[in-house]
Design a protein around this ligand. Structure first.
Ligand code: NAP
Length: 468
Protein backbone atom coordinates (compact mmCIF):
# COMPACT_ATOMS: atom_id res chain seq x y z
CA UNK A 1 0.00 0.00 0.00
CA UNK A 2 1.46 3.33 -1.04
CA UNK A 3 0.42 5.95 1.52
CA UNK A 4 2.07 8.77 -0.44
CA UNK A 5 0.01 7.87 -3.48
CA UNK A 6 -3.22 7.73 -1.42
CA UNK A 7 -2.65 11.15 0.14
CA UNK A 8 -1.54 12.59 -3.17
CA UNK A 9 -4.78 11.48 -4.84
CA UNK A 10 -6.86 12.68 -1.92
CA UNK A 11 -5.22 16.09 -1.90
CA UNK A 12 -5.67 16.52 -5.66
CA UNK A 13 -9.34 15.57 -5.37
CA UNK A 14 -9.73 18.00 -2.47
CA UNK A 15 -8.72 21.01 -4.54
CA UNK A 16 -11.77 20.52 -6.72
CA UNK A 17 -14.19 18.98 -4.19
CA UNK A 18 -13.40 21.65 -1.58
CA UNK A 19 -14.82 24.23 -4.01
CA UNK A 20 -18.02 22.28 -4.78
CA UNK A 21 -21.32 23.88 -3.86
CA UNK A 22 -23.42 22.89 -0.86
CA UNK A 23 -26.02 21.58 -3.28
CA UNK A 24 -23.48 19.30 -5.01
CA UNK A 25 -22.29 17.87 -1.68
CA UNK A 26 -25.86 17.41 -0.52
CA UNK A 27 -26.66 15.45 -3.67
CA UNK A 28 -23.60 13.25 -3.11
CA UNK A 29 -24.57 12.52 0.54
CA UNK A 30 -28.17 11.73 -0.38
CA UNK A 31 -27.00 9.43 -3.18
CA UNK A 32 -24.66 7.61 -0.78
CA UNK A 33 -27.61 7.07 1.59
CA UNK A 34 -29.72 5.63 -1.25
CA UNK A 35 -26.88 3.38 -2.42
CA UNK A 36 -26.40 2.03 1.11
CA UNK A 37 -30.12 1.23 1.23
CA UNK A 38 -29.79 -0.40 -2.20
CA UNK A 39 -27.27 -2.86 -0.73
CA UNK A 40 -30.32 -4.44 0.91
CA UNK A 41 -29.91 -7.93 2.32
CA UNK A 42 -26.26 -8.30 1.37
CA UNK A 43 -25.37 -5.59 3.86
CA UNK A 44 -27.61 -7.01 6.59
CA UNK A 45 -26.10 -10.47 6.07
CA UNK A 46 -22.52 -9.16 6.16
CA UNK A 47 -23.13 -7.42 9.50
CA UNK A 48 -24.91 -10.44 10.93
CA UNK A 49 -21.90 -12.58 10.07
CA UNK A 50 -19.21 -10.16 11.14
CA UNK A 51 -20.73 -8.51 14.21
CA UNK A 52 -23.26 -10.94 15.74
CA UNK A 53 -25.97 -8.27 15.64
CA UNK A 54 -29.64 -9.18 15.43
CA UNK A 55 -31.52 -7.88 12.39
CA UNK A 56 -33.40 -5.19 14.36
CA UNK A 57 -30.14 -3.63 15.55
CA UNK A 58 -28.71 -3.69 12.01
CA UNK A 59 -31.79 -2.04 10.49
CA UNK A 60 -31.82 0.55 13.28
CA UNK A 61 -28.17 1.38 12.70
CA UNK A 62 -28.65 1.51 8.93
CA UNK A 63 -31.57 3.92 9.43
CA UNK A 64 -29.46 6.10 11.68
CA UNK A 65 -26.54 6.08 9.24
CA UNK A 66 -28.67 7.06 6.25
CA UNK A 67 -30.48 9.63 8.42
CA UNK A 68 -27.13 11.15 9.36
CA UNK A 69 -26.05 11.35 5.72
CA UNK A 70 -29.32 13.09 4.85
CA UNK A 71 -29.03 15.45 7.83
CA UNK A 72 -25.54 16.52 6.74
CA UNK A 73 -26.91 16.97 3.20
CA UNK A 74 -29.34 19.50 4.67
CA UNK A 75 -26.53 21.23 6.55
CA UNK A 76 -24.41 21.47 3.38
CA UNK A 77 -27.38 22.76 1.41
CA UNK A 78 -28.32 25.39 4.01
CA UNK A 79 -24.78 26.71 4.45
CA UNK A 80 -25.39 27.10 8.20
CA UNK A 81 -21.91 25.69 8.91
CA UNK A 82 -20.18 28.44 6.96
CA UNK A 83 -20.36 30.86 9.91
CA UNK A 84 -20.62 33.89 7.64
CA UNK A 85 -19.77 37.22 9.36
CA UNK A 86 -19.51 40.57 7.56
CA UNK A 87 -18.14 43.87 8.89
CA UNK A 88 -18.75 46.65 6.41
CA UNK A 89 -15.96 49.10 5.64
CA UNK A 90 -15.90 52.39 7.58
CA UNK A 91 -13.76 54.63 5.38
CA UNK A 92 -14.56 57.70 7.49
CA UNK A 93 -13.79 56.18 10.87
CA UNK A 94 -11.27 58.17 12.91
CA UNK A 95 -8.50 57.88 13.73
CA UNK A 96 -8.28 54.80 11.43
CA UNK A 97 -10.66 53.78 8.66
CA UNK A 98 -11.94 50.22 8.85
CA UNK A 99 -11.54 47.91 5.84
CA UNK A 100 -14.33 45.65 4.55
CA UNK A 101 -14.00 42.29 6.38
CA UNK A 102 -15.86 39.06 5.60
CA UNK A 103 -15.41 35.70 7.27
CA UNK A 104 -16.30 32.21 6.08
CA UNK A 105 -15.45 28.67 7.20
CA UNK A 106 -13.57 26.56 4.65
CA UNK A 107 -12.82 22.80 4.60
CA UNK A 108 -9.50 21.59 6.05
CA UNK A 109 -8.40 19.05 3.43
CA UNK A 110 -7.97 15.26 3.45
CA UNK A 111 -9.34 13.70 6.67
CA UNK A 112 -8.37 10.26 7.99
CA UNK A 113 -11.36 8.46 9.53
CA UNK A 114 -10.95 5.27 11.59
CA UNK A 115 -13.94 2.93 11.51
CA UNK A 116 -15.15 1.89 14.98
CA UNK A 117 -15.57 -1.79 15.89
CA UNK A 118 -18.85 -1.35 17.78
CA UNK A 119 -20.77 0.58 15.10
CA UNK A 120 -20.11 -1.06 11.71
CA UNK A 121 -22.29 1.55 9.98
CA UNK A 122 -23.04 4.63 12.10
CA UNK A 123 -19.42 5.28 13.22
CA UNK A 124 -17.61 3.55 10.41
CA UNK A 125 -17.19 3.74 6.63
CA UNK A 126 -20.08 6.11 5.84
CA UNK A 127 -20.71 7.03 9.47
CA UNK A 128 -20.91 10.40 11.17
CA UNK A 129 -17.22 11.34 10.73
CA UNK A 130 -17.25 10.57 6.99
CA UNK A 131 -20.63 12.23 6.41
CA UNK A 132 -19.70 15.41 8.29
CA UNK A 133 -16.27 15.65 6.60
CA UNK A 134 -17.78 15.21 3.11
CA UNK A 135 -20.47 17.78 3.95
CA UNK A 136 -17.74 20.22 4.97
CA UNK A 137 -16.01 19.75 1.59
CA UNK A 138 -13.14 17.58 2.85
CA UNK A 139 -11.98 14.43 1.11
CA UNK A 140 -11.94 11.27 3.25
CA UNK A 141 -9.49 8.40 3.61
CA UNK A 142 -11.26 5.69 5.56
CA UNK A 143 -9.26 3.13 7.50
CA UNK A 144 -11.73 0.23 7.71
CA UNK A 145 -11.99 -1.67 10.98
CA UNK A 146 -10.79 -5.28 10.50
CA UNK A 147 -13.64 -6.57 12.71
CA UNK A 148 -16.08 -5.86 9.86
CA UNK A 149 -13.88 -5.72 6.79
CA UNK A 150 -16.50 -7.08 4.37
CA UNK A 151 -19.19 -4.67 5.62
CA UNK A 152 -16.73 -1.84 5.16
CA UNK A 153 -15.96 -2.95 1.57
CA UNK A 154 -19.68 -3.09 0.78
CA UNK A 155 -20.34 0.41 2.11
CA UNK A 156 -17.26 1.70 0.29
CA UNK A 157 -18.66 0.22 -2.93
CA UNK A 158 -21.92 2.12 -2.31
CA UNK A 159 -19.97 5.36 -1.88
CA UNK A 160 -18.02 4.62 -5.07
CA UNK A 161 -21.29 4.05 -6.98
CA UNK A 162 -22.70 7.29 -5.61
CA UNK A 163 -19.61 9.24 -6.71
CA UNK A 164 -20.01 7.77 -10.20
CA UNK A 165 -23.71 8.60 -10.30
CA UNK A 166 -23.18 12.25 -9.40
CA UNK A 167 -20.15 12.50 -11.71
CA UNK A 168 -17.58 13.22 -9.02
CA UNK A 169 -13.94 12.11 -8.65
CA UNK A 170 -13.52 8.63 -7.09
CA UNK A 171 -10.61 9.94 -5.00
CA UNK A 172 -12.99 12.05 -2.88
CA UNK A 173 -13.36 8.91 -0.78
CA UNK A 174 -10.55 6.33 -0.54
CA UNK A 175 -11.06 3.09 1.35
CA UNK A 176 -8.03 1.56 3.04
CA UNK A 177 -8.38 -2.03 4.25
CA UNK A 178 -5.64 -2.94 6.70
CA UNK A 179 -5.18 -4.34 10.18
CA UNK A 180 -1.72 -3.01 10.61
CA UNK A 181 -1.02 -0.20 13.11
CA UNK A 182 1.77 1.07 10.85
CA UNK A 183 -0.82 1.98 8.18
CA UNK A 184 -2.85 4.07 10.62
CA UNK A 185 0.32 5.69 11.91
CA UNK A 186 1.58 6.55 8.42
CA UNK A 187 -1.82 7.97 7.43
CA UNK A 188 -2.09 10.34 10.40
CA UNK A 189 1.55 11.40 10.10
CA UNK A 190 1.45 12.19 6.38
CA UNK A 191 2.06 15.90 5.73
CA UNK A 192 -1.02 16.16 3.45
CA UNK A 193 -3.37 14.86 6.16
CA UNK A 194 -5.44 17.73 7.54
CA UNK A 195 -7.43 16.06 10.36
CA UNK A 196 -8.28 12.78 12.07
CA UNK A 197 -11.54 11.26 13.36
CA UNK A 198 -11.40 8.16 15.60
CA UNK A 199 -13.70 6.16 17.90
CA UNK A 200 -12.27 3.30 19.92
CA UNK A 201 -10.08 2.46 22.87
CA UNK A 202 -8.31 4.95 25.12
CA UNK A 203 -4.95 3.36 24.24
CA UNK A 204 -5.70 3.58 20.47
CA UNK A 205 -6.84 7.21 20.73
CA UNK A 206 -3.79 8.25 22.76
CA UNK A 207 -1.47 6.38 20.36
CA UNK A 208 -2.89 8.19 17.32
CA UNK A 209 -2.71 11.54 19.09
CA UNK A 210 0.92 10.86 20.04
CA UNK A 211 1.86 10.03 16.42
CA UNK A 212 0.43 13.34 15.28
CA UNK A 213 2.42 15.22 17.92
CA UNK A 214 5.58 14.35 15.94
CA UNK A 215 4.22 16.18 12.89
CA UNK A 216 5.89 19.36 11.66
CA UNK A 217 2.47 20.82 10.88
CA UNK A 218 0.05 20.06 13.78
CA UNK A 219 -3.50 19.02 12.80
CA UNK A 220 -6.76 18.61 14.74
CA UNK A 221 -7.26 15.06 16.01
CA UNK A 222 -10.72 14.13 17.28
CA UNK A 223 -10.61 10.91 19.24
CA UNK A 224 -13.63 9.56 21.09
CA UNK A 225 -12.28 7.03 23.56
CA UNK A 226 -13.85 5.94 26.81
CA UNK A 227 -16.57 6.96 29.22
CA UNK A 228 -18.13 5.40 32.32
CA UNK A 229 -21.19 7.65 32.15
CA UNK A 230 -22.00 8.04 35.87
CA UNK A 231 -25.62 7.81 36.94
CA UNK A 232 -26.38 9.64 40.18
CA UNK A 233 -29.33 8.31 42.16
CA UNK A 234 -30.96 10.81 44.53
CA UNK A 235 -33.38 9.54 47.15
CA UNK A 236 -36.96 10.74 47.39
CA UNK A 237 -38.86 8.59 44.90
CA UNK A 238 -42.05 6.64 45.67
CA UNK A 239 -41.44 2.87 45.76
CA UNK A 240 -42.97 2.16 42.34
CA UNK A 241 -40.67 4.79 40.79
CA UNK A 242 -37.63 3.27 42.50
CA UNK A 243 -38.45 0.02 40.70
CA UNK A 244 -39.14 1.65 37.36
CA UNK A 245 -35.83 3.53 37.54
CA UNK A 246 -34.07 0.20 38.23
CA UNK A 247 -35.85 -1.41 35.31
CA UNK A 248 -34.91 1.41 32.93
CA UNK A 249 -31.28 1.33 34.01
CA UNK A 250 -31.01 -2.47 33.70
CA UNK A 251 -32.12 -2.11 30.07
CA UNK A 252 -29.46 0.53 29.39
CA UNK A 253 -26.64 -1.48 31.03
CA UNK A 254 -27.38 -4.61 29.01
CA UNK A 255 -28.42 -3.01 25.69
CA UNK A 256 -26.33 -4.31 22.79
CA UNK A 257 -24.19 -6.40 25.19
CA UNK A 258 -23.11 -3.11 26.76
CA UNK A 259 -20.98 -2.25 23.71
CA UNK A 260 -21.83 1.44 23.64
CA UNK A 261 -19.62 4.35 24.59
CA UNK A 262 -22.66 5.68 26.48
CA UNK A 263 -23.12 2.52 28.56
CA UNK A 264 -23.80 3.49 32.21
CA UNK A 265 -20.80 2.03 34.05
CA UNK A 266 -20.98 3.83 37.41
CA UNK A 267 -24.02 4.23 39.64
CA UNK A 268 -23.63 6.61 42.57
CA UNK A 269 -25.99 6.94 45.55
CA UNK A 270 -26.09 7.69 49.27
CA UNK A 271 -26.16 4.72 51.67
CA UNK A 272 -29.85 4.44 52.57
CA UNK A 273 -32.82 2.10 52.56
CA UNK A 274 -34.08 3.58 49.29
CA UNK A 275 -30.75 3.22 47.48
CA UNK A 276 -30.48 -0.39 48.73
CA UNK A 277 -33.98 -1.11 47.39
CA UNK A 278 -32.97 0.50 44.10
CA UNK A 279 -29.79 -1.48 43.50
CA UNK A 280 -31.35 -4.72 44.77
CA UNK A 281 -34.10 -4.26 42.21
CA UNK A 282 -31.50 -3.38 39.57
CA UNK A 283 -29.56 -6.53 40.39
CA UNK A 284 -32.72 -8.66 40.13
CA UNK A 285 -33.57 -7.10 36.78
CA UNK A 286 -30.07 -7.66 35.43
CA UNK A 287 -30.01 -11.27 36.59
CA UNK A 288 -33.11 -11.91 34.50
CA UNK A 289 -31.67 -10.45 31.31
CA UNK A 290 -29.96 -13.03 29.11
CA UNK A 291 -26.47 -12.20 28.01
CA UNK A 292 -26.01 -11.29 24.35
CA UNK A 293 -23.17 -12.13 21.98
CA UNK A 294 -20.39 -9.60 21.79
CA UNK A 295 -18.97 -8.30 18.52
CA UNK A 296 -15.93 -10.55 18.44
CA UNK A 297 -13.49 -12.57 20.53
CA UNK A 298 -11.14 -9.67 21.03
CA UNK A 299 -13.82 -7.41 22.52
CA UNK A 300 -15.11 -10.26 24.68
CA UNK A 301 -11.60 -11.08 25.88
CA UNK A 302 -11.07 -7.41 26.78
CA UNK A 303 -14.42 -7.34 28.58
CA UNK A 304 -13.57 -10.34 30.74
CA UNK A 305 -10.04 -9.12 31.44
CA UNK A 306 -11.15 -5.61 32.44
CA UNK A 307 -14.02 -6.92 34.56
CA UNK A 308 -11.80 -9.49 36.31
CA UNK A 309 -9.27 -6.79 37.04
CA UNK A 310 -11.98 -4.59 38.56
CA UNK A 311 -13.47 -7.46 40.59
CA UNK A 312 -10.07 -8.42 41.97
CA UNK A 313 -9.70 -5.03 43.64
CA UNK A 314 -10.10 -4.91 47.41
CA UNK A 315 -13.59 -4.07 48.67
CA UNK A 316 -15.53 -5.08 45.52
CA UNK A 317 -18.51 -7.38 45.73
CA UNK A 318 -20.30 -8.96 42.75
CA UNK A 319 -24.04 -8.64 43.41
CA UNK A 320 -25.76 -9.80 40.24
CA UNK A 321 -26.38 -13.50 39.64
CA UNK A 322 -23.78 -14.61 37.18
CA UNK A 323 -25.11 -17.43 35.05
CA UNK A 324 -22.73 -19.68 33.20
CA UNK A 325 -23.01 -20.08 29.47
CA UNK A 326 -21.38 -22.43 26.98
CA UNK A 327 -21.24 -19.82 24.27
CA UNK A 328 -17.95 -18.10 24.76
CA UNK A 329 -19.02 -14.96 22.88
CA UNK A 330 -21.90 -14.28 25.28
CA UNK A 331 -21.24 -11.46 27.71
CA UNK A 332 -23.00 -12.17 31.00
CA UNK A 333 -24.35 -8.89 32.44
CA UNK A 334 -22.72 -8.16 35.78
CA UNK A 335 -23.25 -5.71 38.62
CA UNK A 336 -20.71 -5.06 41.37
CA UNK A 337 -20.83 -2.88 44.48
CA UNK A 338 -18.35 -0.95 46.57
CA UNK A 339 -18.15 1.73 49.25
CA UNK A 340 -17.46 5.39 48.51
CA UNK A 341 -14.04 5.51 50.23
CA UNK A 342 -12.88 2.36 48.35
CA UNK A 343 -13.89 3.95 45.05
CA UNK A 344 -12.23 7.25 45.85
CA UNK A 345 -8.96 5.57 46.79
CA UNK A 346 -8.68 3.22 43.81
CA UNK A 347 -8.48 4.72 40.29
CA UNK A 348 -8.76 1.24 38.71
CA UNK A 349 -12.43 1.36 39.69
CA UNK A 350 -12.91 4.57 37.71
CA UNK A 351 -11.97 2.92 34.40
CA UNK A 352 -14.34 1.87 31.64
CA UNK A 353 -15.19 -1.84 31.40
CA UNK A 354 -16.50 -2.06 27.83
CA UNK A 355 -19.48 -4.42 28.07
CA UNK A 356 -22.60 -5.03 30.24
CA UNK A 357 -20.89 -4.30 33.59
CA UNK A 358 -21.68 -1.56 36.09
CA UNK A 359 -20.37 -0.63 39.52
CA UNK A 360 -22.66 0.59 42.28
CA UNK A 361 -20.93 3.02 44.64
CA UNK A 362 -22.53 3.63 48.04
CA UNK A 363 -21.44 6.90 49.63
CA UNK A 364 -21.53 7.84 53.32
CA UNK A 365 -22.28 11.50 52.68
CA UNK A 366 -23.02 14.07 50.03
CA UNK A 367 -19.49 15.45 50.50
CA UNK A 368 -18.02 12.05 49.72
CA UNK A 369 -20.19 11.69 46.60
CA UNK A 370 -19.12 15.14 45.41
CA UNK A 371 -15.48 14.26 46.04
CA UNK A 372 -15.84 11.16 43.84
CA UNK A 373 -17.54 13.15 41.09
CA UNK A 374 -14.68 15.67 41.17
CA UNK A 375 -12.16 12.82 40.88
CA UNK A 376 -13.47 10.84 37.94
CA UNK A 377 -12.25 11.43 34.41
CA UNK A 378 -14.09 13.38 31.72
CA UNK A 379 -17.31 11.78 30.50
CA UNK A 380 -19.64 11.77 27.52
CA UNK A 381 -22.65 11.89 29.85
CA UNK A 382 -23.79 12.24 33.44
CA UNK A 383 -27.33 11.22 34.40
CA UNK A 384 -29.49 12.10 37.40
CA UNK A 385 -32.24 9.80 38.61
CA UNK A 386 -34.09 12.24 40.84
CA UNK A 387 -37.17 14.35 41.17
CA UNK A 388 -36.93 18.00 40.26
CA UNK A 389 -37.15 19.46 43.77
CA UNK A 390 -34.52 17.08 45.15
CA UNK A 391 -32.11 17.80 42.32
CA UNK A 392 -32.66 21.52 42.88
CA UNK A 393 -31.66 21.07 46.54
CA UNK A 394 -28.56 19.24 45.32
CA UNK A 395 -27.70 21.53 42.44
CA UNK A 396 -24.02 21.53 43.51
CA UNK A 397 -23.90 18.12 41.79
CA UNK A 398 -24.95 19.74 38.51
CA UNK A 399 -22.24 22.38 39.00
CA UNK A 400 -19.62 19.63 39.18
CA UNK A 401 -21.14 17.43 36.45
CA UNK A 402 -21.31 20.23 33.89
CA UNK A 403 -17.49 20.41 33.93
CA UNK A 404 -17.16 16.63 33.65
CA UNK A 405 -19.51 15.68 30.84
CA UNK A 406 -20.80 16.76 27.44
CA UNK A 407 -24.45 15.78 28.09
CA UNK A 408 -26.46 15.93 31.33
CA UNK A 409 -29.55 13.73 31.54
CA UNK A 410 -32.51 14.11 33.87
CA UNK A 411 -34.44 10.95 34.76
CA UNK A 412 -33.26 9.04 31.74
CA UNK A 413 -30.41 6.87 30.58
CA UNK A 414 -27.40 7.80 28.44
CA UNK A 415 -27.81 5.11 25.78
CA UNK A 416 -29.70 6.17 22.65
CA UNK A 417 -27.92 9.18 21.18
CA UNK A 418 -30.30 11.35 19.18
CA UNK A 419 -28.81 12.71 15.94
CA UNK A 420 -29.93 16.35 15.84
CA UNK A 421 -28.78 19.96 16.04
CA UNK A 422 -28.55 20.21 19.83
CA UNK A 423 -26.83 16.87 20.52
CA UNK A 424 -23.42 16.94 22.19
CA UNK A 425 -21.51 13.68 21.96
CA UNK A 426 -18.23 14.77 23.43
CA UNK A 427 -16.71 15.74 26.73
CA UNK A 428 -13.45 16.31 28.57
CA UNK A 429 -10.65 13.76 28.06
CA UNK A 430 -10.63 10.80 27.80
CA UNK A 431 -14.25 10.90 26.64
CA UNK A 432 -12.91 12.90 23.71
CA UNK A 433 -9.63 14.59 22.91
CA UNK A 434 -11.27 17.97 22.27
CA UNK A 435 -14.27 18.80 24.42
CA UNK A 436 -15.11 21.89 22.36
CA UNK A 437 -16.65 19.74 19.65
CA UNK A 438 -19.30 17.05 19.21
CA UNK A 439 -18.95 13.84 17.18
CA UNK A 440 -22.72 13.45 16.70
CA UNK A 441 -25.30 15.94 15.41
CA UNK A 442 -25.08 18.69 12.85
CA UNK A 443 -22.34 20.61 14.70
CA UNK A 444 -19.97 17.65 14.14
CA UNK A 445 -19.19 19.34 10.81
CA UNK A 446 -17.39 22.14 12.67
CA UNK A 447 -14.48 19.77 13.36
CA UNK A 448 -13.47 19.83 9.71
CA UNK A 449 -13.56 23.57 9.03
CA UNK A 450 -11.38 26.59 9.62
CA UNK A 451 -12.24 30.28 9.32
CA UNK A 452 -10.78 32.55 6.66
CA UNK A 453 -11.22 36.32 6.48
CA UNK A 454 -11.28 38.27 3.20
CA UNK A 455 -10.18 41.87 3.61
CA UNK A 456 -11.20 44.50 1.05
CA UNK A 457 -11.76 41.85 -1.64
CA UNK A 458 -13.66 42.95 -4.75
CA UNK A 459 -17.11 41.35 -4.85
CA UNK A 460 -16.34 39.47 -8.04
CA UNK A 461 -13.48 37.62 -6.31
CA UNK A 462 -15.35 36.74 -3.12
CA UNK A 463 -16.95 33.31 -2.59
CA UNK A 464 -20.61 33.51 -3.62
CA UNK A 465 -21.75 33.16 0.01
CA UNK A 466 -19.81 36.29 1.06
CA UNK A 467 -21.10 38.52 -1.72
CA UNK A 468 -23.86 41.04 -0.93
P1 NAP B 1 -9.07 0.11 19.03
O1 NAP B 1 -8.16 -0.98 19.46
O2 NAP B 1 -8.83 1.44 19.63
O3 NAP B 1 -8.93 0.21 17.43
C1 NAP B 1 -9.70 1.13 16.65
C2 NAP B 1 -8.92 1.49 15.40
O4 NAP B 1 -7.76 2.22 15.77
C3 NAP B 1 -8.44 0.27 14.61
O5 NAP B 1 -8.56 0.57 13.24
C4 NAP B 1 -6.99 0.14 14.99
O6 NAP B 1 -6.17 -0.31 13.96
C5 NAP B 1 -6.60 1.59 15.27
N1 NAP B 1 -5.55 1.62 16.29
C6 NAP B 1 -5.67 1.26 17.60
N2 NAP B 1 -4.51 1.42 18.23
C7 NAP B 1 -3.62 1.86 17.29
C8 NAP B 1 -2.25 2.19 17.32
N3 NAP B 1 -1.53 2.10 18.43
N4 NAP B 1 -1.67 2.60 16.17
C9 NAP B 1 -2.39 2.70 15.03
N5 NAP B 1 -3.69 2.39 14.93
C10 NAP B 1 -4.30 1.98 16.05
O7 NAP B 1 -10.56 -0.23 19.29
P2 NAP B 1 -11.42 -1.51 18.91
O8 NAP B 1 -10.65 -2.43 18.02
O9 NAP B 1 -12.65 -0.95 18.39
O10 NAP B 1 -11.73 -2.22 20.28
C11 NAP B 1 -10.76 -2.51 21.26
C12 NAP B 1 -11.26 -2.08 22.62
O11 NAP B 1 -11.54 -0.68 22.61
C13 NAP B 1 -12.59 -2.71 23.02
O12 NAP B 1 -12.46 -3.97 23.58
C14 NAP B 1 -13.14 -1.70 23.97
O13 NAP B 1 -12.62 -1.90 25.25
C15 NAP B 1 -12.63 -0.37 23.47
N6 NAP B 1 -13.66 0.38 22.70
C16 NAP B 1 -14.26 1.44 23.30
C17 NAP B 1 -15.23 2.15 22.62
C18 NAP B 1 -15.91 3.30 23.25
O14 NAP B 1 -16.80 3.82 22.63
N7 NAP B 1 -15.54 3.73 24.41
C19 NAP B 1 -15.58 1.80 21.32
C20 NAP B 1 -14.95 0.72 20.72
C21 NAP B 1 -13.98 0.04 21.43
P3 NAP B 1 -6.14 -1.80 13.37
O15 NAP B 1 -7.36 -1.91 12.53
O16 NAP B 1 -4.90 -1.80 12.59
O17 NAP B 1 -6.17 -2.73 14.54
Amino acid sequence: MNINDILDRSKKAFFKYGKSSGEQRATLLETIASEIENLGDSLVKAIEEECNFVEGRILGERGRTCGQLRMFAQVARSGSHLGIKKDAAMPDRVPMPRPDLRKINIPLGPIIVFGASNFPLAYSTAGGDTASALAAGCTVILKGHPAHAHTSELVASAISKALDKVGMDQDIFIHVASSDFETGKALVQHPFTAGVGFTGSVSGGYALASYTRDRKNPIPVFTEMGSTNPVIYLNGAPSEEVKSRANMLAGAITLGAGQFCTNPGLIFGLKSEEFTTFYTSLSENISQIQGAKMLNHNIQKNYLAKMDHALQQKGIQLISNVTDTDDELIAVPSLAKTEGHTFINNPVLHEEVFGPYSLIVEFESQDQLEQALHMIDGQLTCSFLANEAILKENSSLIDIAIHKAGRLIFNGVPTGVEVCDSMVHGGPSPATSDSRFTAVGSDAILRWLRPVCYQNFPTSLLPKELQD
